[in-house]
Design a binder for this molecule. Structure first.
Ligand code: HEM
Ligand code: HEM
Ligand SMILES: [Fe+2]
Length: 444
């Protein structure tokens, strides 16, 4: 690392790993419940497990993004973080809000809005926390020597993500209105501004790993930002089809969301092109795997599997079934989980000074988790398509269909076990690196 304050990033990454482990536990609880072994039902009913699983996902990804920003911004701006102390306060308070929310869900303190279950009073704590984070990042950029395109795109993504949290906090008595604005958060995050965060981190990693000129990489970044906004904003319409929001959304949502895979395709082609162009390749092969992997898997999970159910004619049947879970897993994994694991893999050797670049454990972590997640996606997909056929075409009752598809969850749990083995290797490597230290500082 080049700046002492970058060390803060490590602790955000550590929190990320802890919450990822916990998320997986709740995934298994649901996997077994789907198989018919809902033994924990009286303590952790399915709805609680689901809310905890998805909220922990969002929190560990955000913690990873914040760590990424604390690592990248000082290096790009060529300036120490303005206050390390406040960054630690922000980290601890972020973790505390997360813990309160998760405990609350177990005590039925939650709002029944998928992904936005955090009760509104806690939302205000999130707002204060994120403002502190953004204040630190923006002040560092302002005081810094340089404002690179990479750092600006990353910061823009973070600022917009914070702003887009607000529509979800407005109170509506009307279900349609509430759903309408819930999508401003959920969709415009993952199919809009989070893509900027991903693009910013991806550009940073490609600059460092491939050795290609910054000018070339940053030009591509503009194209990706453009494609994301052109398709992603009106693409929100693919969630307005049948919620009472008006017929015009069938056509607007259908056309624009069908264009969204282009942004992900752009990112994949971009990463591969830079990899092939790069001559001064960095020896950190693990980070390279995760970086190229994220660009490719996100195209499959978000782009292709998103496209698979985005047309209104298809979504009429698939909406709210396990087809959504199929896409949700590979999209979140490919785009956001993998980019967080990529920046961690790149940053750890620099923060700790230990160069465990290309170990067997690192390779196992990458391949087991990816193959496991791909298997899980297929299991969800097969279960989802069977569910759609039985429930929506033949008209068999919901509960009966759930029993028919139990067997697919055996496959899901087996693949999830492989996935978990991969993640365990990743965390094992993480622990083996040890904590960051000043001896790892290199001259600027
Ligand atoms: C051991 C690993 C995991 C298992 C067994 C698992 C299992 C499950 C199950 C059973 C559901 C509920 C599906 C339903 O509604 O019936 C679910 C939901 C979800 N999981 Fe996982 N999961 C695992 C890991 C992950 C990971 C690593 C991610 C993200 C990268 C993830 C993202 C999601 C998302 C986004 C949903 C909500 C999907 C939707 O909206 O329909 N899960 N998971
Ligand atoms: C990395 C980017 C993406 C992520 C992480 C993601 C994740 C998700 C998740 C978690 C859901 C369930 C949300 C909920 O019900 O609250 C969802 C729904 C959906 N996504 Fe994506 N998605 C991404 C990109 C895309 C793209 C590019 C498309 C289209 C080409 C797409 C099409 C859809 C559709 C049609 C639904 C609604 C499914 C339903 O009716 O139940 N997604 N996505
Ligand atoms: Fe969407």
């Amino acid at each position: 690392m080049k700046y002492k304050s970058q060390k803060v990033a490590y602790w955000f990454f550590a929190l990320s790993m802890l919450l990822l482990s916990l998320q997986i536990v709740y995934g298994f609880i649901m996997g077994f419940a789907h198989m018919g072994y809902d033994n924990l039902h009286s303590v952790i009913p399915f709805n609680t497990a689901r809310a905890v699983h998805t909220n922990l996902l969002v929190v560990w990804l955000l913690s990873g993004f914040m760590g990424a920003a604390y690592y990248i911004i000082p290096e790009e701006a060529e300036h120490e973080l303005v206050s390390v102390k406040w960054a630690y306060i922000q980290l601890i308070s972020f973790a505390v809000v997360g813990v309160i929310a998760v405990i609350g869900y177990h005590l039925n303190y939650w709002e029944g809005r998928k992904f936005l279950e955090i009760p509104r009073p806690l939302d205000w704590l999130v707002v204060v926390n994120v403002l502190t984070f953004l204040g630190l990042i923006l002040a560092t950029l302002y005081k810094g020597k340089k404002r690179t395109t990479t750092s600006l795109v990353l910061t823009m993504g973070l600022v917009f993500a914070a702003l887009l949290y607000l529509p979800g906090m407005i109170w509506f008595d009307n279900q349609t209105m509430d759903s309408f604005f819930r999508w401003w958060v959920v969709h415009l995050w993952v199919e809009g501004v989070w893509e900027l965060i991903m693009g910013g981190i991806l550009a940073f990693l490609l600059i460092k790993i491939t050795g290609v000129d910054r000018e070339v990489i940053e030009k591509w970044l503009y194209v990706i930002v453009g494609l994301t906004f052109i398709s992603g904003i009106l693409g929100t319409g693919h969630h307005y089809y049948y919620i009472g929001a008006g017929k015009m959304w069938l056509i607007i949502g259908g056309i624009f969301s069908a264009l969204e895979p282009l942004a992900f395709l752009g990112m994949a082609l971009f990463a591969i092109a830079m990899y092939r162009k790069g001559e001064k390749r960095h020896p950190n092969k693990t980070a390279l795997n995760w970086t190229l992997g994220t660009a490719i898997v996100s195209f499959v999970g978000a782009g292709l599997l998103g496209l698979a159910h985005t047309l209104p004619q298809v979504n009429l049947y698939t909406h709210g079934t396990l087809v959504t879970a199929m896409h949700g897993h590979l999209a979140f994994w490919g785009a956001y989980a993998m980019i967080v694991l990529a920046i961690i893999s790149y940053a750890l050797p620099n923060l700790t000074g230990r160069k465990l670049y290309d170990t067997t454990h690192g390779q196992l972590a990458f391949w087991l988790s990816n193959i496991g997640m791909l298997g899980m996606t297929v299991a969800f997909g097969v279960a989802g398509v069977s569910q759609v056929y039985m429930e929506r075409i033949i008209g068999i009752e919901f509960g009966e269909v759930q029993q028919e598809i139990q067997v697919h969850f055996l496959i899901l749990v087996l693949c999830a076990t492989m996935f978990t083995a991969g993640i365990s290797y990743f965390i094992y490597e993480f622990l083996k690196y040890g904590t960051p230290n000043d001896e790892a500082l290199v001259s600027k």
